[in-house]
Design a protein around this ligand. Structure first.
Ligand code: SAM
Length: 275
């Protein structure tokens, strides 16, 4: 008979490491829901970040071709020996993906397309999204559990408090949707925030020919000091005079009093042509 997660952790005397953001999921319906949201099928290679007790890993493995699951806490090894017993399409790698180069990752997972599915520690959410978005890796989507407020930021519209540099970083390369909200009590131990599952679909052909690094630099500049006008932020980042910044904004059809949070992706693309 299959062991319950709590019994499994007890049987292996596993001790939670709070600093690693260890909040595990055991609810089968939720685990299946996350996998369904990801759209993973038997043709897919999946990279999971944060194996934990292996509950999500096992659920992904039941539909995917192959799962490469990355974890940093070696103390989970005995837990995996039980939870992933007999699951033959999973490889657990005890390494930090954030510290690996693309080619090091591809030495393990191969060079084909892959999807990311993860319930990861919240402090690495943005670095992880950026690590995959900005790479040349053939990743087609990221389905990740995030803090609810981060989820709202990822799908925010211009002129709202949630609209941020990360919203546009995603829009530059694809699009994000919140697929479900998840209450804090679905985790063990329960964190002190609610969560949401976000799916980011990546389209490498989006804005082809545009200088995405430059656009991203302008975006980061625009949100560096949120309450300042774009002219002031551009002046600080690019070392151009306020008059010069005003002229470039006007050429792009934008008012000099505008703040970064009012600009759409298209506005940023147009503005980048003036740099
Ligand atoms: N996926 C499991 C689940 O849904 O129950 C575990 C989720 S738990 C929120 C996050 C896991 O990520 C923990 O097991 C933690 O040890 C691991 N972790 C923390 N930092 C990591 C990193 N940089 N790379 C990979 N895993 C990491």
């Amino acid at each position: 008979m299959e062991m319950k997660m709590k019994d499994l952790l007890q049987a292996t005397s596993f001790r939670f490491n709070k600093a690693l953001g260890q909040n595990f999921i055991s609810d089968t319906n939720l685990l299946k829901g996350i996998v369904a949201d990801s759209g993973v099928t038997e043709d897919d290679v999946v990279v999971e970040i944060g194996t934990g007790a292996g509950t999500l890993t096992k659920q992904i493995a039941s539909v995917a071709k192959k799962v490469y699951s990355f974890e940093v806490d070696k103390n989970l090894e005995p837990v995996h020996a039980l939870s992933l017993q007999g699951v033959d399409n999973v490889e657990v790698i005890f390494r930090d993906v954030l510290k690996m180069k693309d080619n090091e990752l591809q030495d393990i997972i191969g060079t084909g397309d892959f999807k990311v599915v993860a319930n990861l520690p919240y402090y690495i959410t943005t670095p992880l999204i950026m690590r995959f978005l900005e790479s040349e890796l053939p990743v087609t989507s990221l389905t990740i559990m995030v803090q609810e407020e981060v989820g709202l930021r990822l799908v925010a519209k211009p002129n709202t408090a949630d609209y941020s540099a990360v919203t546009l970083a995603v829009l530059l390369r694809g699009g994000a949707t919140i697929t479900r909200k998840v209450g804090r009590n679905m985790f063990y131990p329960a964190p002190n925030v609610d969560s949401a599952v976000v799916r980011i679909d990546i389209d490498r052909t989006k804005l082809e020919g545009e200088n995405k690094n430059l656009i991203h630099k302008i975006v980061r500049s625009a949100f560096a000091m949120r309450r300042k006008t774009l002219v002031n932020n551009l002046n600080a980042t690019f070392g151009i005079s306020k008059q010069e910044a005003t002229e470039r904004l006007n050429k792009a059809g934008l008012d000099e009093k505008v703040r970064g949070e009012a600009l759409s992706l298209e506005d940023y693309v147009r503005l980048s042509h003036e740099f």
